[in-house]
Design a binder for this molecule. Structure first.
Ligand code: 5GP
Ligand code: ZN
Length: 136
């Protein structure tokens, strides 16, 4: 399988690497929403959030927090978004698990396009019941 992020891990594809450890790699997104937009990935290939083993996820999250801290306090962003797209329906284009860390600035003219719904009648409780029933 030819995976662009696996190729970055294997150094067969160039990237601007920010951090590397045994299990984790962080690098700049080639098409940033704002400059400094970073991606944090597991070195192992997992397709999405649900398939990442917990110990590797912990290490990724630690890196996400460290890079977010730099983006907020050293790049002086006004805020930041942490995003994971899971599945093509959710906008995932590279099927190798990754967090986005997106520096945000007041008036940066980037908005997630939200088309918000309203629950009718008992529907909110029905959804909550379905989810609660499946949680261990
Ligand atoms: P997704 O849409 O899957 O959540 O995000 C994939 C991200 O990977 C996109 O933001 C895209 O710009 C970035 N990307 C795709 N190919 C490359 C690449 O070859 N190098 C780097 N650094 N980023 C890439
Ligand atoms: Zn991969």
């Amino acid at each position: 399988m030819d995976c662009i992020f696996c190729n970055i891990v294997n150094h067969t594809e160039q990237a601007e690497v920010l951090f590397e450890s045994d299990k984790v790699l962080a690098f700049l997104d080639i098409n940033p929403v704002n400059f400094g937009h970073a991606l944090v990935i597991t070195k192992n290939h997992y397709p999405d959030f649900l398939t990442v083993p917990k110990d590797e996820l912990d290490q990724v999250v630690n890196t996400v927090q460290a890079i977010s801290d730099v983006i907020k306090h050293k790049l002086n962003s006004d805020g930041f978004n942490i995003v994971i797209n899971n599945g093509t329906a959710a906008g995932q284009t590279v099927p190798h698990f990754h967090f986005h860390i997106i520096p945000r600035f007041h008036n940066d003219d980037f908005r997630f396009k939200l088309n918000l719904k309203k629950y009718s009648d008992n529907l909110m409780k029905e959804y909550a019941d379905k989810i609660r029933a499946e949680l261990k």
